[in-house]
Design a protein around this ligand. Structure first.
Ligand SMILES: *[C@@H]1O[C@H](CO)[C@@H](O)[C@H](O)[C@H]1NC(C)=O
Length: 322
């Protein structure tokens, strides 16, 4: 199985299982032999070789993690379809409609959502997204081709569609662009490293990992480097000023997740935590007065680590949901 196929298969599996509300053990096993570096290498080679755009048919439930051109053609009435799009955390996604042949009057639709939404839970949450929820849906049946290209505000987006008439459908292309200051993102891989920087902006940013993980925060800077915003660690967070919180829970929406730890003073050196939840989020709340920065590494918890909680961990909180 090629690595990119493996990744897609893995993601579709997650969402099929999430839709059915089942547990994630199967997917835990699937993820272990996926190597993100192979995927990156394949991407790079394709670009260097100037190969033509990747093209394939879109399924009614699909996961797209590579740029390319995708075509959906209904072979029967398909009423509940969704495609999950994901890029690297440092990328925006642009969806461009090449061709659309659907019957809006007849009840078909084609909508882009700026983020992911699953079982009513949104990522980014409405507290973290720059746009109000209604503006995050772009309905082809309202705007037509006047909004032919739609850019997401982060590395994930979704397409919802319904096509009644066999033979009808649409074609779109996906492109990615660099995002210099990624704020909200979902990790494509169960392990990795990320630095979240919020430069003098009044915004909240969530980095989401859709796996149970061990997370190691190696560096946190809140406020000016010269200590103008020095806080006394023993005073606690007290709900004021800028801070980082670790959240865990079974769903996608950070605003519905359980706060597991608050970090509100700068430090260097690793602080490690095991989080046995389906989803883990590192969220930074920024007032805009400072340059805030947090660096962390994460790796997926092995099934045996989930079964034998021990030591310095707070994973018990989520074990009941696994
Ligand atoms: C960020 O989140 C905090 C609390 O989590 C909230 O009080 C604040 O209004 C949010 N800021 C923005 C810009 O949405």
């Amino acid at each position: 199985m090629s690595p990119s196929f493996k990744l897609q298969y893995h993601f579709v599996l997650i969402f099929l299982m999430a839709l059915r509300g089942e547990n994630r053990y199967l997917e835990l096993r699937e993820a272990t032999d996926h190597d993100p570096f192979l995927l990156f290498g394949a991407n790079l080679k394709r670009e260097l070789a100037g190969e033509p755009l990747y093209r394939r048919a879109l399924r009614c439930l699909d996961m797209l993690s590579l740029p390319g051109q995708f075509t959906f053609t209904a072979d029967r009435p398909q009423l509940h379809c969704a495609a999950f799009l994901i890029a690297e955390p440092e990328e925006f996604i642009t969806i461009h409609y090449d061709l659309v042949s659907i019957d809006c009057q007849g009840g078909d639709f084609l909508k882009v959502f700026d983020g992911w939404i699953l079982k009513g839970e949104k990522f980014p949450s409405s507290q973290d997204h720059p746009l109000p929820t209604t503006e995050r849906y772009i309905d082809f049946c309202d705007s037509g081709l006047s909004r032919r290209s739609i850019r997401s505000s982060q590395n994930v987006a979704m397409i919802f569609f319904r096509v009644h008439e066999p033979g009808n459908g649409f074609t779109f292309s996906i492109r990615t662009d660099p995002n210099l200051f990624p704020c909200n993102a979902i990790s494509q891989t169960p392990s990795g490293r990320f630095t979240l920087v919020v430069p003098h902006l009044r915004q909240n940013c969530s980095f989401s990992i859709i796996y149970p993980v061990v997370i190691k925060i190696s560096d946190l800077t809140l406020g000016h480097l010269h200590g103008l915003q020095f806080k006394n660690p023993s005073a606690g967070c007290g709900g004021i000023g800028d801070f980082v919180e670790l959240l865990g829970g079974p769903g996608l929406d950070p605003s519905k997740m359980m706060p597991l730890a608050d970090l509100c003073y700068s430090f260097h050196g690793p602080a490690q935590m095991k989080i046995g939840c389906d989803n883990t989020v590192v969220r930074m709340v920024s007032s805009g007065k400072h340059i805030n920065r947090v660096t962390f590494e994460y790796r997926q918890l092995e099934p045996y680590e989930l079964e034998n909680p021990s030591g310095n961990s707070i994973q018990e909180i989520c074990l009941s949901s696994l």
